[in-house]
Design a protein around this ligand. Sequence first.
Ligand code: XMP
Length: 525
Amino acid sequence: MSQNIHDHKILILDFGSQYTQLIARRVREAGVYCEIHHYDFPESAFQEFQPRGVILSGSPESAHLEDSPRVPDYILSADLPVLGICYGMQTIAEQLGGKVEGSNKSEFGYASIAIPTGSPLLSDLEDSVQEGNIFNHDVWMSHGDKVTAVPGGFDVIASSDSAPIAAMACEEKKIYGLQFHPEVTHTKSGQQILNRFVHELCGCGRLWTPANIIDNAISTIQEKVGSDQVLLGLSGGVDSSVVAALLHRAIGDQLTCVFVDNGLLRLHEGDQVMETFSRNMGVRVIRVDAEDVFLGKLAGVEDPESKRKIIGNTFIEVFDEEATKLGDVKWLAQGTIYPDVIESAGSKHGTAHVIKSHHNVGGLPEDMNMGLVEPLRELFKDEVRNIGIELGLPHEMIYRHPFPGPGLGVRVLGEVKKEYCDILRQADAIFIDELHNADWYQKVSQAFVVFLPVKSVGVVGDARRYSYVLAVRAVETIDFMTARWAHLPYELLEVISNRIINEIRDVSRVTYDISSKPPATIEWE
Ligand code: XMP
């Protein structure tokens, strides 16, 4: 069998479900390449894409209404396996002559479905309980409408108390519908169901593996850039680090990375990046010490948006200067990942979710006139991490919490001064260290300290201390759009607070931020 990772692929048509990206991630976990496209995917693009099967997502729409979004007819007659999930199933039913009814009673949460023996998609799943000719299985439901009559040629292949048609199939045409969500982990054998669909029913092999993805990326990069020079702005974050490692493997010395130390990094961060890339991996990294430039421009500026703009623009100036010094560089490498691509495509169709517009330090200067190399464009974050590990990057770097582009610039409230950054760096290092010690680092999604430019009175020994206040923040989140403050144990908070106040003379008080997002944001500025 050929090892081209794109030989076997699945097309996912998006009807606007919050779970669409999750479906894609599960298909990728099954070792199969897939792409998400708007439900109105043109036939010519479909012919070119050549999927081995199609999955239809859920939707907030109602399939029984006349002007609801529909699966293009050519898909349902394409002689390819099709799997409709939730709304995807309902629109198949409507379009092929069945019936869907609205209901003012929604069903959210676990349901037990009964599956007759013999269904190639659903019977004999792990975690099923068999009673005679029926398998009982726990699944996750999230729907209001439901199918009340299957189209001709379809059989009911699962039923639950509240959804008597919980799944349907036309085995002859290999068209399937599931009312429940196999892509969420609450459906116990959801991954197994999707595996069966992509492997057994669509005939896809497990070609999409980290090793194959790396081989493919390397040959694609080599073909694209030939013997040209490539430039990468290395931030030390996961995406740019993986791009650096991948490009280094592909083109060695033709890659030059520019790492801008803007004075807004965490303790020893610059040295760690240089250690990992330059000294251990032999990547050519130019470290630009630009602390004075950044802090100079930030002097006297208190407004958060102005600070963000200054930091973003200064980064571009510094980066641009270095690129000009290097001269003959034809390509600029970027760590764009698949969710960025989906979101910008989504906005073209007007179906995009609300996305925060962050300045990403490392963003490209628009007038640089270079071609783009974006080797992570097809990958989800978890795939980028797996590749990073496979390429030999340190685990701590790959599984680090995210760090905002403007760095400590938005964690020192108000005017940014070196003295404040130094205090913050020390406190942040203590906090992170104690989270690791207590095994809490990986249990929270992001954790950091914020510097408040106010002083409070304390007493140390017999002496009065009048010094700064810090806030400690830790949150749990899946997508960083909403977040809950982490319920760290009091004992741990006590250790953290004691260490910070005892070890840093300029701090008199530590507070813990108990605001969730919304209404607060994760960062304070
Ligand atoms: P907020 O504060 O908006 O943060 O709730 C959500 C996530 O985004 C990160 N963040 C940024 N990342 N450039 C970035 O690259 C930025 O300007 C920026 N601002 C916030 C923040 O750390 C959190 O993970």
